[in-house]
Write a protein that binds this ligand. Structure first.
Ligand code: ZN
Ligand code: ZN
Length: 154
């Protein structure tokens, strides 16, 4: 058994290719495409609602999924360790280890990529698109890519 393990958590994009982000300041959900988020021309991602930059836009769903994956992995490792002990103790031991049943896994649900009613919005300042709440389109929204406030967005 190796002491290390690696996990990859993929954040699924929705049907239009947008991934879900959440502002850590105001909790607003919005979506952008990975190609825009990772573009070298985009230095920061601004919240379309409060206009602030978050250190992390990872949603609570992602954190929860990571927690479950670690928990499941640790349970498996413990189980395997006990299984080993059980096997080694078969023959001539007074102490018996019983590993019992393999632990049930908590479901590792793919992250809900569908957050209700976000609409694709074109930010003319950058020529990039994001998905934001329709209400923000009416009140004006900060461009996630440059932080400029846009009014009456299409
Ligand atoms: Zn915000
Ligand atoms: Zn912009």
């Amino acid at each position: 058994m190796s002491d290390e393990f690696h996990m990859t958590i993929s954040i699924p994009a929705d049907d239009d290719g947008y991934v879900l982000l959440q502002c850590e300041h105001c909790g607003t959900f919005f979506k952008a495409t990975p190609s825009d988020i990772e573009d070298d021309g985009v230095l920061h991602i601004f919240c379309p609602s409060c206009g602030l930059v978050s250190d992390s836009y990872v949603t609570e769903d992602v954190i929860e999924l990571a927690r479950r994956m670690v928990e499941n992995k640790v349970n498996d490792m413990l189980y395997d360790a006990f299984k080993d002990l059980e096997r080694h103790n078969k023959r001539n031991s007074i102490i018996k280890f019983k590993a019992g049943k393999r632990p049930n896994h908590e479901p590792e649900d793919p992250i809900r990529s569908g957050i209700e009613a976000l609409e694709i919005t074109m930010f003319p300042c950058c020529g990039r698109t994001a998905k934001i709440k329709p209400l923000l389109k009416m009140t004006g929204a900060y461009c996630p890519f440059c932080g400029v406030k846009n009014y009456e967005i299409e």
